[in-house]
Design a protein around this ligand. Structure first.
Ligand SMILES: Nc1ncnc2c1ncn2[C@@H]1O[C@H](COP(=O)(O)OP(=O)(O)OP(=O)(O)O)[C@@H](O)[C@H]1O
Length: 241
């Protein structure tokens, strides 16, 4: 089997904004934007956001990469491309290996599923066999500390409870590539402590880690290098000593 790796070549992501025709007043307003991707007049006569532009990355086993940048610089969009959730508009993304994503707030929770159903679904989607899921499910439920709520629909959960649930299931299985948005963010203090330990063990098993964060300190403590995004482009790279 090939080694885990990520290779992005000249990746661009453009997102059309359907509700905003590219008229002059909006264009003038857009020019005053100081954060976010560049706004362009697309072929359809609508505005498009250039969320990523000309991004190339070659990540090999051992990589611990930080993604830095202001609000709207393109960090989450890049994580989505790395996770295979979002296809580039142009350029290529070649990703080898199993990938797990921890994006805050918890993504894609179908509101009517119970917590237990969500664990099963997420596990199966991660490629775990039904037998292995059944063996693991009790320990995931225990770790989440959701008690009787585990059999209620996730729409009844607070944001913190949803994050706990996602965290508990995602970190239950080892994976080659870990993609993180804003580090931990897993609820209250007592849960944070035990989440930290579980996270450390989980990360130690990963060949490649990419962490998007506004915290320079967090990136420096967890990563070996970082790229700085500005309006969807990588403007600087730094290797930490
Ligand atoms: N669904 C969407 N529709 C339109 N524009 C979008 C959408 N998602 C992201 N964008 C735009 O893409 C650009 C990059 O956004 P992204 O979420 O990747 O930034 P970010 O660096 O993660 O920001 P933050 O630090 O605020 O989370 C921004 O200009 C944003 O407005």
């Amino acid at each position: 089997m090939s080694q885990p790796s990520i290779q992005l070549t000249d990746v661009a992501v453009r997102i059309p904004i359907w509700s905003a025709p590219a008229n002059r007043s909006l264009k003038q307003a857009a020019l005053r934007f100081t954060t976010g991707g560049r706004l362009l007049a697309g072929d359809s006569g609508r505005f498009e956001v250039a969320a990523l532009d000309g991004v190339s990355l070659d990540l090999q086993p051992g990589t611990r990469l930080g993604l830095c940048g202001h609000n709207g610089a393109g960090k989450t969009t890049l994580l989505r491309v790395l996770a295979g959730i979002l296809k580039p508009t142009s350029g290529t993304a070649a990703i080898e290996g199993d990938t797990a994503v921890l994006i805050k707030p918890s993504m894609g929770l179908s509101p009517e599923l119970t917590g237990r159903e969500f664990i099963r679904l997420q596990s199966l989607m991660a490629g775990i066999s039904p037998k292995d899921v059944e063996q693991k499910i009790d320990s995931i439920v225990d770790f989440s500390e959701l008690g009787d709520f585990i059999d209620l629909p996730v729409r009844t959960y607070s944001a913190g409870m949803q994050t706990r649930l996602s965290f508990s299931v995602v970190t239950a299985y080892p994976t080659d590539i870990v993609l993180l948005d804003e580090g931990l963010g897993t609820g209250d203090e007592s849960f944070q402590k035990k989440a930290r330990d579980r996270m450390d063990r989980w990360l130690n098993n990963a060949a490649i880690i990419v962490l998007a964060s506004h915290s320079d300190a967090l990136i420096r403590s967890m990563c070996h290098s970082a790229v700085y995004l500005e309006k969807g482009r990588i403007v600087r790279e730094e290797i930490f000593n």
